[in-house]
Design a protein around this ligand. Structure first.
Ligand code: IPM
Ligand code: MG
Length: 360
């Protein structure tokens, strides 16, 4: 059966990297992949046309797709929109919430070719392979009540950090199962010395542990986790944490690998439907210059093939192609080192597709 893939280029560098992903999808189709690719608007570009960041038509399309590939959303052009519900970011958050994409997988994998591009010493990051499992549809991002209101003559801003046992349990299971398939170590990150919601988080993780006797569970406070990530990152295998801590720690972990421009992500719901996107944002400062790194987006195509389309072979072929291109010394501006010449977004796309085809 032909599966539907929805491509959402979004804003900033989104359209440039999405164009490379579209070409890669075409190469996969030529290699026998049975998919149909549609495109729709999300984020600021949707706001400009429809007055909202997640038009009903885009959401319907997304619900009907087996998988969604998203570039990035947001940019200074829309930062002045006062109504937060119309901001580009709401397009992304709305997709996550409406599709129930609670399980966010953010791998931080160091390509050995890029060890010297890391902000840490090469020996601290050589062989780095961390998987951050971030809860994506709950926590303080979505908790009610929230708002800004007048109290005692001044304005007060407030949000609610809330998790139910069932929400913690389902993300916990994703993380334990991930650890079983990897190095069998799971570190749960919380702030249980201060926040009740994460005391419950820790309890639920402990309760699940006996069901996964082969996995070694540990706990860490989030401030310590941030420090350990930059002190000795190789101690981590799988990390599981809530929405906001995961947002922050995954950016730090990404940078250890040389560039956030290298890292893909997957967001899955209970049916295996998924949205795939680079961990980086829309980088408005470099948009339209043909210098953005398309590799995170192209590696997101690989994750999509593996997790939603059941095509592990093609996924590996893309990952190998990316490794081969790095071996050839090709670097976009974000990962270029002294003495190396950088290539453009399109040139990097060309090289990956050529390497992919050569692996046939
Ligand atoms: C991310 C981004 C988003 C988030 C923003 C764009 C809403 O930072 O995917 O990490 O905070 O989740
Ligand atoms: Mg983020």
């Amino acid at each position: 059966m032909t599966q539907k893939v929805l491509l959402l280029p979004g804003d900033g560098i989104g359209p440039e990297i999405a164009a490379q992903a579209a070409r890669l999808l075409k190469a996969c189709q030529d290699a026998g992949l049975d998919i149909e690719v549609e495109e729709a608007l999300v984020g600021g570009s949707a706001f400009d046309v429809h007055g909202e960041p997640l038009p009903a038509e885009t959401l319907e399309n997304a619900k009907a797709a087996s998988a969604i590939l998203l570039g990035a959303v947001g940019g200074p052009k829309w930062d002045k929109i006062e109504d937060l519900s119309k901001r580009p970011e709401k397009g992304l958050l709305g997709l996550r919430k409406n599709l129930g994409l609670f399980g966010n997988l953010r791998p931080a994998l160091l390509y050995p070719q890029l060890a010297s591009a890391s902000s840490l010493k090469a020996e601290l990051v050589a062989g780095l392979d961390i998987m951050i499992v971030r809860e994506l549809t709950g926590g303080i991002y979505f908790g009610q009540p929230r708002g800004i209101e007048e109290r005692n003559g001044e304005r007060v801003g407030f949000n609610t950090y809330v998790y139910s046992e069932s929400e913690i349990e389902r993300i916990g299971r994703v993380a334990f199962e991930m650890a079983q398939k990897r190095g069998k170590k799971l570190c749960s990150v919380d702030k249980a010395n201060v926040l009740e919601v994460t005391i419950l988080w820790r309890e639920v993780m402990e309760r699940l542990a006996p069901e996964y006797p082969d996995v070694e569970l540990s706990h860490m406070y989030v401030d310590n986790a941030a420090m350990q990530l930059v002190r000795a990152p190789k101690q981590f295998d799988v990390v599981v944490t809530g929405n906001m801590f995961g947002d922050i720690l995954s950016d730090a972990a990404a940078m250890l690998t040389g560039s956030i421009g290298m890292l893909p992500s997957a967001s899955l719901n209970e049916t295996g439907q998924g949205m795939y996107e680079p961990c980086h944002g829309s980088a408005p400062d470099i948009a339209g210059q043909n210098i953005a790194n398309p590799l995170a987006m192209m590696l997101s195509v690989a994750m999509m093939l593996r997790y939603s389309l059941n095509e592990a072979g093609l996924a590996e072929r893309i990952e190998t192609a990316v490794g081969n291109v790095l071996d050839q010394g090709l670097r976009t501006a974000d990962i270029v080192q002294e003495g190396e010449v950088s290539v453009s977004t399109v040139e990097m796309g060309d090289a990956v597709i050529e390497a992919f085809n050569a692996l046939a």
